[in-house]
Design a protein around this ligand. Sequence first.
Ligand code: UDP
Length: 311
Amino acid sequence: MARIVVTGGAGFLGSQLCQRLLDRGDQVVCLDNLQTGSEKNIEALFGRDGFEFVRQDVSNHIWVPGPVDVVMHLASPASPIDFDRVPIQIMKVGSLGTHNCLGLAKAKGAVFHLNSTSEVYGDPEVHPQPETYWGNVNPNGPRSVYDEAKRFAEALTLAYHRTHDLDVRIVRTFNTYGPNMRPDDGRVVSNFINQALKDQPITVYGDGSQTRSFCYVDDQIDGQLGLLASGYNGPVNIGNDNERSMLDLASEIIQATNSSSEIEFHPLPEDDPARRKPDLSLARSLFQFEPKVSLEDGIIRTAAYFSSLQP
Ligand code: UDP
């Protein structure tokens, strides 16, 4: 049993992680400023033993009284619509927020676990992407606030590891979806499922040939906890290597939800990566990681969640 600080603990991934940690007997201190997270995501956790919530922006100085074994830093707006909406906050939480969380981990003698992203690969010229690939990021385009903040966060994390011998983990999370996503977060899975549930047009950007590799949230958390336990200090990809085009995804969602929606084409956003697929060899060899939930099952579970939110 450990006492674990989860920043961004009221967000989509953070709230699912808090629940999983409590289920396995850990104590959880959830920090979130509720900018993109929501109390609804954690309302079922409030009554549980070992759960504490502190409303806090980790871009400002943080302090958690008592012992801490692990700091898991997930806090950051992460959807492309946030990149325009709150760009400075994204850069602050990736830089100042990561610095504060590293400082907390160092002061407590805790393990520091950074949630980085496949966005560090930008619009990749190497496919699939191994951790050794340095990426192809536009340093001042509309996505740069997120990409560069996470690249800075990785560099800072490894600087603490090298300088202070801090025990660190870096997970590069690939497109993850599931219950507790914001229905209006603008991402492709939430958009398509909510459009399909209402029989509205499915908004495919560009010609829909761009690809992503979608990971169900339970698999993502299995991978992150596997990495945490592994003791490995460098970056590790976690995701699902089942790559799909957006047109494929649209058809899967229409079928899984029995929808009469039709496809509608919209302009491709600037710098939208053409393809993305994790090379999972490292996670497989380090801790036998294997994603288990099929896209079809994941869509059905996520659609059930979004349906439950509808009036
Ligand atoms: N996308 C789309 N329709 C939408 C939302 C997104 O076709 O309604 C596309 C988007 O252009 C991108 C892909 O889906 O190519 C994944 O977008 P998302 O915002 O989910 O995440 P990203 O991987 O780009 O960060």
